[in-house]
Design a protein around this ligand. Sequence first.
Ligand code: CMC
Length: 383
Amino acid sequence: TTACEYKPGLEGIPAAQSSVSYIDGKKGILEYRGIPIEELAVKSTFLEVAYLLIWGKLPTKEELAAFETEIRYHRRIKYRIRDMMKCFPETGHPMDALQTSAAALGLFYSRRALDDQAYIRAAVVRLLAKIPTMVAAFHMMRRGNDPIQPNDNLDYSANFLYMLTERIPDPQEAEIFDRCLILHAEHTMNASTFSARVTASTLTDPYAVIASAVGTLAGPLHGGANEEVLEMLEEIGSVDNVRPYVEKCLKQNPKHKFMGFGHRVWKVKDPRAIMLQNWAEELFEKKGRDEYYDVAIKLEKVLVEEKGFGERGIYPNVDYYSGLVYRKLGIPNDLFTPIFGISRVAGWLAHWKEQLEVNRIYRPTQIYTGDHALSYIPMEERV
Ligand code: CMC
């Protein structure tokens, strides 16, 4: 007998008590530490939001300045990590490179001194500081170039864009990118955050916590969807082909999953998708419209209005429009999910800290469906 009903995917089952973030999926509300995402997106910066999530309150001017300085100081990566990354195959996916490099940080900095607040702060700073550098370094090296050193004159987001291109980015573009990081920083008990908390609950080191969360984020049902959305839009190719594409997919499989649609918790259009769409338009005014944006709008209309997705609560999620913003910033498709990871490190670290404060190891149960007391069959008797 089990204490409660089995729910595949643990749907609706609380896995922790948390004060990090809140979602009302019917009203379209997302709050970080009680503050609505719409407000943070335009008034704050990614590093301030990371501070808010991890330490539970907005920093004072001095606290934020100290945090930013520490992050700036720790942005470089050790040459051994760079040399290790040089050996990665250039055809490997940047998410796999990120997972491996995040885990490798543990080789250099792991002490598992989880009762030492200075160690916790250093781990927070190192992970936030070095992960963007590692993503950019892999990207440069897979193209046969040396990695670009972080630029101390640039803030977090501008520096990341600089390390990808060796060009100082336009301030408006860097600001839009920073807002994108804010939107992706935290999202309650999603799969990767759950994974981070399970790993954290064993009292392993924070680099292992982040590496396991990165691996979880990579899948197409989670963060990997942003890259797949662009592949889908490219496959559709033109506004005229939207309807034939939808009909073809649904004919082949009436339950076809369209990437960037649907969510376990959101039953209205994700407020982050709405903001990302606006920012894509902001960029188009300056840099020209993206042909795939029109394809995306048409696909949303056809699915939501004509195919009844709206009535069933299936709307665009955060991954639907983010890739169109990144594309306008000149970022290749396979870096979309690593960028999601760069940002979500903030949320994972907040949950890591929260888990440590109340820790009990995760050890759920199962419903056994196999046999009992079977005999071992000798090889020659097996069929
Ligand atoms: N396209 C078509 N139908 C869908 C979709 C979709 N994208 N998403 C859900 N549905 C349907 C699904 O077929 C099912 O129908 P029915 O009740 O008739 O069987 C119903 O909606 C419930 O779907 P589910 O798959 O049982 O829902 P879930 O809560 O287990 O899965 C999800 C949530 C996000 C994995 C799913 O919506 C999905 O696979 N979406 C596409 C991938 C995607 O965009 N992922 C990004 C998620 S958002 C942020 C992030 O994590 O990166």
